[in-house]
Design a binder for this molecule. Structure first.
Ligand code: C2O
Ligand code: CU
Length: 544
């Protein structure tokens, strides 16, 4: 059995990477943080104790928390931050999740170091829908900054976006052999020839989608975002911030050692961009050498701007549909929402920019740049406190135009600031079409919804065509995810049944876009008499 209760002490600890050490914010002094284990359907309590110097909240990414938005974590959406010296006990209710998820801080950019894996096993006695692996291995893909991440974040806010690149990508917290002073720490996986390993992979990077591969080996994806998939065997995978993959790895090559590697996929032609590669090693045991090449060769990874490599991988994922793993894709839709997701460029007359905080750039959904309220939306909604949020998040983009062309009249680029939600009737079936745009630096946006998993029923490049495109929807075995990368200059349609009452954030999981306001909030109302309702709030909700 696994622990039913965990203690998460948020505190600083000193870590050395890339030849220098610094204090970072951690949970229990660990980087990456502790792993949470559960069986499907368990409930776990986590006592979060803030012994750091700043406000914090913790989010359980991809855990639906049925009827319990109180424990979800995004600051000023479902709770006020936990102040230094204060505690908050969060009740993590697992329902149908099975596989890999993760938890992370949901305040500013502190999730850069405050994160860890969540591993959810089938119910005791139930098998995996694939042959039992010999061992399981968490693979956490992340980033490292030499500077204090708070300084990076503050500069980002102050300057409106300049420069926010990390100094290294990491595998399980380690930059790997190609970075200075990193060789001794490189993550090494020792394998036995002939055995299979289940990788519990997550991308915790702040701002980059990543490609990952292992030299001479194939990777077989069997799950995404804690939902099983039909096995998909590839030479590489693409994974966006927020996403997780369960991957079977077969140690079936000549006993030797092989590099695993990850590096970013950046769809836009961004000038300042770190193209470096993080590595780890797979070493076969029992092998007496000599190794075939010294140093080992890197695996092939698609080029940093190879959009088709990224969409070919993600677009090939299919849900596992079997006796034990049925799917429930909404066929009829009650509520349609179309949302442009966009970066907005404000004019800067006389060198004074008119964007939020005096910046040139912002981000928006349906041209609304999300502004954090002074009290969390959940408490304002639950206690009927007025003046905190409005319910005017538009169902459609405010202007109809050719979304994927480059040049637009300036008035369309200027977003409105606001805290607007969209209310949804309990149990209605919802479809959201995300329409990407090519403004400024067009880039794929990994869109994440709290409180739900959704089916990705369709996607394409260019403008969404509402008569033609729905004909190509996959309503049979679409992948079920909580985060989907909407292609640059393209669209993606998701569907879900609104059966989890609460206040649920939806946002781009690139931290720079979230900070710029690419967020929206859904309020799913309570059901009627005998239907589901939001649970009462816990007694220790942190005050604002
Ligand atoms: Cu993984 Cu709103 O977050
Ligand atoms: Cu984005």
């Amino acid at each position: 059995a696994f622990p039913q209760r965990y203690k998460f002490v948020v505190k600083e600890a000193r870590y050395k990477r890339l030849c220098s050490s610094k204090n970072i914010l951690t949970v229990n002094g660990k980087f990456p943080g502790p792993t949470l284990y559960a069986y499907r359907g368990d409930t776990v309590l986590v006592d979060v104790i803030n012994k750091g110097k700043e406000n914090i909240t913790i989010h359980w990414h991809g855990v639906k928390l049925p009827r319990n938005p109180w424990s979800d974590g995004p600051e000023y959406v479902t709770q006020c931050p936990i102040k230094p010296g204060n505690n908050f006990s969060q009740k993590i209710i697992f329902s149908d999740e099975e596989g890999t998820l993760w938890w992370h801080a949901h305040s500013d950019w502190s999730r850069a170091t405050v994160h860890g894996a969540i591993i959810i096993y089938p119910r005791p006695g139930s098998p995996y829908p694939f042959p039992k692996p010999y061992a399981e291995v968490p693979i956490i893909l992340g980033e490292w900054w030499k500077e204090d991440v708070r300084v990076v974040f503050e500069r980002f806010v102050r300057t409106g976006g300049q420069p926010n690149d990390s100094d290294a990508y990491t595998i399980n917290g380690q930059p790997g052999d190609l970075y200075p002073c990193s060789k001794s720490g490189t993550f090494q996986l020792n394998v036995l020839h002939g055995k299979s390993y289940l990788f519990r992979m997550m991308n915790v990077a702040i701002n980059e989608i990543l490609f990952f591969a292992i030299k001479n080996h194939k990777l077989t994806v069997v799950g995404t975002d804690a939902s099983y998939t039909k096995p998909l065997t590839r030479d590489y995978v693409a994974i966006s911030p927020g996403q997780t993959l369960d991957i079977l790895f077969f140690a079936n090559q000549d006993p030797d050692y092989y590099y695993m590697a990850a590096r970013p996929y950046v769809s836009a032609a961004i000038v300042s961009f770190d193209k470096s590669t993080t590595t780890g090693l797979v070493k076969y045991s029992g092998f007496r050498g000599p190794f075939s090449s010294q140093p080992p060769l890197l695996p092939f990874l698609p080029l940093f701007n190879d959009t088709s490599a990224a969409v070919n991988f993600s677009g090939s994922l299919r849900s596992l549909v079997s006796e034990d793993h049925s799917i429930d894709v909404p066929i009829k839709v009650n509520k349609r929402i179309k949302s442009t997701i966009s970066i907005n460029a404000f004019p800067c007359p006389n060198n004074k920019c008119e964007g939020p905080n005096g910046t040139r750039l912002a981000a928006s959904m349906n041209n609304i740049t999300f502004v954090k309220p002074s009290l969390d939306i959940l408490e304002a909604y639950y206690y009927k406190i007025r003046g905190i949020f409005g319910d005017k998040f538009p169902k459609h983009p405010p202007f109809v135009f050719n979304y994927t062309t480059d040049i637009l009249p300036l008035e369309l680029e200027i977003s409105k600031r606001g805290t607007q939600v969209r209310k949804i009737r309990y149990n209605s079936t919802v479809e959201v079409v995300f329409q990407g745009r090519n403004l400024v630096a067009g880039i794929d946006h990994p869109m994440h919804l709290h409180g739900y998993s959704f089916y990705v029923v369709g996607w394409g490049l260019g403008n969404f065509n509402k008569t033609k495109d729905p004909q190509s929807y996959n309503l049979v075995d679409p992948p079920r995810r909580n985060t989907v990368a909407v292609p640059k200059n393209g669209w993606t349609t998701i569907r879900f049944r609104a059966n989890n009452p609460g206040v649920w954030l939806m946002h781009c999981h690139l931290e720079r876009h979230l900070t710029w306001g690419m967020n929206a909030v859904f309020i799913v109302r309570n059901g009627k008499k005998n239907e589901e309702k939001i649970l009462p709030p816990p007694p220790d909700m942190p005050p604002c």
